[in-house]
Design a protein around this ligand. Sequence first.
Ligand SMILES: [Zn+2]
Length: 272
Amino acid sequence: MLADGVRWFDDWFAIENIAPGVHAIGEPRFHQINWNYLIEGQHTAQLFDTGPGVRDISEVVRSLTKLPLITMSSHLHFDHTGNLHHFQNIALADLPVLRACMRDGLLHASDDLFRGFLEGMVWKPVKISQWWPIGMRIDLGGRQLEVLHTPGHSPDSISLFDREANILFAADFIYPGPLYAQVPGANLADYLATTDALLPQINGQTKIFCAHGAPDDKGKHRAPMMGGQDISDLQRTLTEIKDSGKTPKETTVNARMTLLANKAAYASWEVS
Ligand SMILES: [Zn+2]
């Protein structure tokens, strides 16, 4: 079930070392095939996304690093936040839509941001230790991660960019398979604006790691990686749809991606 170079941690989590100090932690048996990322610097490690919480990811993380840990979710959808409550030091992007979820000192995700009711999952309130402004560079020691706001899939979506290693952790903005812009909060004007913002910052060598994988033609799993061409293809597709004035439910982007969209996502063209 796993591709060469990917190993099982137990019978649920898979681990792939994708770059020096960067571990992808996959959940290939979960129907959404989530991939989470543990990024180490010299003095701090950062976990980006925690999976759906079907199993506790914290044991996997602790087996991979002894460094002090900061945990962050790319957005609040249930399949990225299911294990947040297992961690102490949680950071969030300082966005009004996330600040609005604070009540009595704890983060309570709204149904639209969490979506856990779809799979019977219940939000567990967490304390937020740090609010990181968009554009901030987090210093892990010998490695900096820049916080980018990358809305489109959801209003609270962020990506992390290690410019020196030329690795973009793009979460649910782009991944192999059907891109979800048919969920509440998805917005095609934002999706297109994010492609416009990202393309000048990346190049042909940028490795873009994503939060959802797909098995290869032999049914094997590894951490999902896309490239700049995929973001260009998405930009072109969004522009073509916008110019056509049509509102298809599903559009082919390229051989690896389709785009799913609904009426609300299309309505964003009119107000942009
Ligand atoms: Zn999502």
